[in-house]
Design a protein around this ligand. Structure first.
Ligand SMILES: Nc1nc2c(ncn2[C@@H]2O[C@H](COP(=O)(O)OP(=O)(O)OP(=O)(O)O)[C@@H](O)[C@H]2O)c(=O)[nH]1
Ligand SMILES: [Mg+2]
Length: 293
């Protein structure tokens, strides 16, 4: 019998949720970054194997207090993803598991819970890690707690095997050839945002929203037009850089990342626009797809 499951990836910011998803898929589908709060939406990634389909949902890292409306919407995406989960994959940082922070989720998660003690490659005290695994098993009342490294693809296969064993008998939910149900425009806008996270400091990455406004598929070279929305004029200046130098290097890095993913050459045009305080603006958040219309 074929096995299929919806698996919600849950965890604190920066624990390695998105890196884990990419490692499981064997492809850089979702964006990752050392800065916290990289992921802003629920993003599905589909792993098709022999006799099974696991539909992972990557989610934004859990924050206790939202500072602006966008963060509230991000936490809404986390809660929504928990509702239809067949299993929850909780990613903890193996160096500092902080399992107590999941107290509130203990009663809410009624499906099987699998816990990853991630970043095991950075853990120096193996005895401590074993003690933490025992503690997490007791605290969250699950026998499925495993040390792994998403970055170095250590123990990912073992965790996938466990998830498949826990999956219900069910035909596939999605086409067994696809890796995601997200459209390419969205994935491309994320890849541009990933380069912004890498190239810009402080509040800039948190103040941008990237939209692909036009995507023309051509035989040899896809044409992509994207708008980078910022909250203030001063941020626009920083993104452009002196004589347009910053946006130019952003364009080059983004183009490379996108070409690697879609395996095709592209032409990329970036425009910067000011959408004043969009992160707190209900209408803008709806337009950008963070809130339901
Ligand atoms: N050394 C090491 N680094 C890792 C591992 N997994 C993830 N990282 C790094 O940790 C950082 C955060 O990874 P992400 O996958 O973006 O984390 P996330 O949990 O998705 O973060 P948010 O989307 O912000 O909630 C990145 O710099 C990753 O390269 C790991 O197993 N070992
Ligand atoms: Mg993430």
């Amino acid at each position: 019998m074929f096995k299929s499951a919806f698996i919600t990836i849950l965890g604190l910011p920066n624990a390695g949720k998105s890196t884990f998803l990419n490692a499981a898929l064997g492809e850089d589908l979702v964006i990752t970054n050392p800065k916290a709060q990289t992921t802003r939406h629920r993003i599905k990634g589909i792993l098709n194997g022999d006799g099974y389909q696991l539909v992972f949902s990557d989610t934004p890292g859990i924050i206790e207090k939202s500072a602006y409306r966008l963060q509230e919407a991000m936490m809404g995406a986390v809660n929504e993803s928990l509702e239809d989960a067949d299993a929850v994959l909780l990613i903890l940082d193996g160096q500092y598991p902080k399992v107590e922070q999941f107290e509130a989720y203990k009663n809410r998660i009624t499906c099987p819970l699998v816990v990853v003690m991630n970043k095991a490659d950075l853990v120096t005290d193996q005895d401590q890690l074993q003690a933490d695994i025992t503690k997490v098993k007791e605290y969250l009342e699950t026998e499925h707690v495993y040390a792994a490294s998403a970055l170095e693809s250590f123990n990912i296969d073992g965790i996938i095997k466990t998830l498949v064993e826990l999956a219900p008998d069910h035909p596939p939910f999605y086409d067994t050839e696809s890796i995601s149900d997200e459209n390419v425009r969205f994935l491309v806008s994320e890849m541009i945002r990933e380069q912004i996270l890498t190239q810009f400091k402080k509040e800039i990455p948190y103040s941008v929203e990237v939209n692909v406004t036009e995507y023309n598929e051509k035989e040899k070279l896809d044409e992509i037009y994207a708008t980078i929305n910022v909250e203030r004029d001063s941020q626009k200046g920083i993104l452009l850089g002196r004589g347009g130098s910053a946006i130019k290097s952003l364009g080059i890095a983004s183009r490379k990342r996108i070409e690697e993913f879609i395996k095709k050459k592209i032409f990329l045009s970036l425009t910067v626009k000011v959408k004043k305080d969009w992160r707190s603006d209900e209408q803008q958040l709806k337009r950008f797809g963070y809130l339901k219309k």
